[in-house]
Design a protein around this ligand. Structure first.
Ligand code: NAD
Ligand code: ZN
Length: 360
């Protein structure tokens, strides 16, 4: 048996206020005065002087504000890469992504596509990237996806939503400053936080589970329970714990896989544009038969935090629409194999998936 040899994020700085050290961390990575640092920043921070005043721009460095309204697309990555090449005299010294999973994934993908020919859609899949990416830094401002630590960048392309999974995808540097997550809106906090919780459940109950994944998954699961069910945490503690839960949840799936909720949520995202966090919640709410304990606890968390999930989002869909979602979901073989085992195709049918989608 051959074991996978995974890269990990080589450098991480953790702590409230650690964002203040960004400039000193990246300064030694500057290749020349003509090779700028490009900051991809969630446009929710436009006008946020407390954050922006701490980014010091030198020479040709630029901030590009990007909306996280929609999840990253391959066409968007290709356009950004073209814009950056046109605006820079030399290949950039680095890409710094500041935001949630959307901005982190964009930063990873852009840093890869600056050194690899062709279009980003050609790299969706596993281990298709040939050249190392340029230096890239991830700074999460909302916790849950694990995108800060993972080996993938999830993109919606012309035919599928699929990650660029490669050894060159993980960040070279991550800055974990939980103060940056202070102004996340309540529902969004829950949805993205639940992404982490669902990563734990899917990893811990999957057939791919091993001691490596389990140790991280257990830790993330405990932290999620504290954050979402414990009444004794201060807001600062809660933010720090969720940030570490996200990290450990991401580490847990690095060496295992996600499962049914993610497979079905990708279908919703592809057809309806439903975003990852809320999409996972909408699906997971109906997955008692696959994850009985996990769903029970999820419902408790939902009640405790007064979350009302959208209902009837599939009510007006045609048979063709259901087929599209089912095709996307079933194309994600590793997720099903992790969830249901090698014989997964015998254990899940198109009719079953349709009946689940019809409940959502
Ligand atoms: P997001 O990045 O889409 O952001 C969600 C919302 O929160 C946006 O409106 C954003 O502007 C806002 N926001 C972010 N930080 C904020 C702050 N500090 N204050 C106020 N508002 C803030 O959300 P997400 O759930 O973190 O990311 C979802 C994306 O992550 C999806 O595209 C999904 O595919 C991807 N993802 C990637 C991985 C991976 O391993 N690469 C894993 C899971 C999900
Ligand atoms: Zn996820």
């Amino acid at each position: 048996m051959s074991h996978k040899n995974f890269p990990m994020v080589p450098r991480v700085i953790f702590g409230r206020g650690s964002f203040n050290q960004l400039n000193e961390i990246i300064a030694p990575k500057r290749l020349s005065i003509h090779a700028p640092f490009i900051f991809l920043v969630d446009d929710v921070f436009k006008g946020n002087t407390s954050l922006l005043s701490r980014i010091s721009l030198s020479y040709d460095d630029k901030i590009i504000f990007i909306s996280a309204e929609e999840e990253p697309k391959t066409s968007q990555v290709d356009q950004l890469v073209e814009d950056i090449i046109l605006m820079s005299k030399e290949r950039p010294s680095g890409i710094i992504g500041i935001g949630g999973g959307t901005l982190l994934d964009l930063a990873k993908a852009v840093s890869i596509m600056l050194t690899n020919e062709g279009e980003s859609k050609d790299y969706q899949g596993w281990d298709l990237v040939k050249n190392p990416a340029i230096y890239h830094v991830g700074i999460p401002t909302i916790s849950g996806t694990g995108a800060e630590v993972s080996r993938t960048t999830v993109l919606t392309g012309p035919t599928r939503k699929l990650g660029i999974n490669s050894d060159y995808t993980p960040f070279d540097q991550v800055i974990l400053d939980s103060d940056l997550t202070e102004e996340v809106e309540h529902n969004q906090w829950f949805y993205t936080g639940m992404d982490c919780y669902i990563h734990c459940i899917e990893s811990l109950s999957g057939t791919y589970l091993n001691t490596f994944s389990q140790s991280y998954g257990d830790m993330a699961y405990q932290l999620c329970k504290e954050v979402f069910l414990d009444n004794n945490l201060t807001e600062e503690e809660s933010r720090e714990k969720l940030m570490m839960a996200s990290w450990h949840g991401g580490m847990s799936i690095a060496y295992s896989q996600v499962g049914v909720a993610h497979a079905m949520s990708y279908g919703l995202a592809y057809l309806l544009g439903t975003k990852h966090g809320i999409g996972n919640c909408i699906v997971f709410d109906h997955l008692e038969e696959f994850y009985p304990d996990g769903v029970k606890l999820f419902k408790q968390m939902k009640t405790k935090h007064n979350i009302e999930l959208p209902q009837g989002i599939c009510a007006h869909l045609s048979d063709e629409d259901f087929d599209i979602m089912i095709n996307i979901a079933l194309s994600l073989t590793p997720l099903w194999e992790n969830a249901l085992g090698k014989n997964w195709e015998k254990r899940i049918s198109r009719e079953k998936l349709k009946s689940l989608y019809q409940k959502m």
